[in-house]
Design a protein around this ligand. Structure first.
Ligand SMILES: Cc1cc2nc3c(=O)[nH]c(=O)nc-3n(C[C@H](O)[C@H](O)[C@H](O)COP(=O)(O)OP(=O)(O)OC[C@H]3O[C@@H](n4cnc5c(N)ncnc54)[C@H](O)[C@@H]3O)c2cc1C
Length: 363
């Protein structure tokens, strides 16, 4: 099978599906290659409500509207924070990703279920893909690499793998909660946090760390601490550590987890994956691949760099994590955090208010 297109998008998660949709809406011929349309990415599925309006995503995929969170410090101090006028939407990733791919298809993208294998040529790009039992060759002027944290496109180009941490999450049916919980403590989440998120049929509980061998023990310790006694299906998956060093190599553009674009400290990635897909698509529509890096940096560089430093400071030990939770008792800290997290405030003032509150911890 031989196919030709202007842009080949590899990976149909939030980053790739959004890129394909913006390209198709811009009148660009695009193929969206997704290895497995039934893949369900291990994920809390928390998406700020503001993203649904920003990307015109149908709210029918929202399973729960979370309007408050609970934060627990290493010493057991509990803090409840109510959201005002916004909520964290909980989605099921299989359904959410399908909805994004459908939007791309409706806009004119050609969705193909198939797997990127390797580059055969680079002038123009010629890609080998497995489409079912059939070997396909796809020729394209641009490639968008959106194939996630374990990107095969990166490997094919000999670009070193994304720096990662490890997560473990357990899907437990029948347990109910309406809030998202974030638990800090080095005994179960060294340099990370543990979480309990509501799901459509129960909860997802999980934790993270840097050592894959220790990750199951960390989850057991977290379950013990938080009093979760039921068992469910466990999944281990990598999550990128942001470095901000990969945008494009010629006419190959890297987006989402493939480019490591997960917000340090909060580990939020869905919104940023969609934004990078949008920015990469716009750069291609303008026929200026370098614009992607420029626009992304103008919007997000300072935020990511700040959160990176805050992560290093607040998650280095339990005393610092205790301080992070204590700080969030202050209404102005809560307001500044909600502005950046849930409202995706892109104004300079939003970032400055955050820096005013947290800057003293960075010197
Ligand atoms: C446990 C956990 C919890 C998380 N919770 C949240 C959360 O609550 N909120 C949040 O915002 N973020 C969360 N994240 C981060 C979020 O899941 C990611 O940042 C997001 O999925 C990135 O989207 P993406 O499109 O870049 O990559 P992915 O979602 O990984 O999509 C990549 C796609 O590429 C496809 N693919 C892979 N290889 C190939 C190939 N060779 N050929 C073709 N296709 C291929 C895959 O099938 C997949 O569909 C969490 C992450 C983890 C691990």
């Amino acid at each position: 099978m031989k196919l030709r297109t202007k842009v080949l998008v590899v990976g149909g998660g939030p980053a790739g599906a959004t890129a394909a949709r913006f390209l198709a809406e811009g009148g660009v011929d695009v193929i969206l290659l997704e290895r497995d349309s039934s893949f369900v990415k291990p994920c809390g599925g928390g998406v700020p409500s503001s993203a649904f309006d920003e990307f015109s995503i149908p709210k029918s995929v929202v399973k729960k509207e979370v309007k408050s969170i609970k934060i627990v410090s290493p010493m057991g101090e509990r803090l409840d924070i109510e959201f005002k006028g916004v909520y964290l939407a909980i989605v099921e990733r299989g359904e959410f990703d399908n909805a994004l791919r459908e939007m791309a298809e409706k806009s004119g993208a050609r969705l193909i279920e198939g797997e990127f294998v390797r580059f055969i040529d680079d002038k123009p790009y010629k890609v080998e893909a497995n489409v079912g039992e059939v070997k396909a060759e796809i020729v394209s002027e641009y490639v968008i690499a959106a194939d996630g944290v374990n990107s095969r496109v990166r490997t094919a180009l000999s670009i070193k793998p994304t720096c990662t941490l490890f997560t473990i999450s357990e899907r437990i049916k029948g347990v109910k909660t309406g809030v998202c919980e974030f638990w800090f403590g080095s005994s179960h989440a060294p340099c990370f946090y543990s979480w309990v998120f509501p799901k459509s049929d129960g909860i997802s509980a999980g934790t993270g760390g840097s050592e894959p061998k220790e990750i199951r023990t960390l989850l057991e310790k977290f379950k013990e601490r938080s009093g979760i006694t039921s068992d469910g299906v466990v999944k281990i998956y990598r999550i990128p550590v942001w470095k901000g060093d990969l945008f494009n190599k010629g006419k190959i553009l890297f987006v989402g987890d493939c480019a490591g674009q997960v917000m340090p400290l909060s580990h939020e990635g869905i919104y940023y994956a969609m934004k990078s897909g949008e920015y990469a698509a716009r750069a291609i529509i303008e026929e200026k691949a370098d614009n992607y890096k420029r626009v992304w940096k103008a919007r997000f560089q300072k935020r990511f760099a700040l959160m990176d430093k805050l992560r290093d400071y607040f998650l280095k030990d339990d005393i610092s994590a205790e301080r992070l939770v204590a700080l969030h008792r202050r209404p102005e800290v809560q307001e500044a955090s909600m502005r950046l997290w849930l409202r995706k405030d892109s104004s300079k003032e939003g970032l400055l208010s955050y820096m005013r509150l947290f800057g003293k911890f960075l010197s």
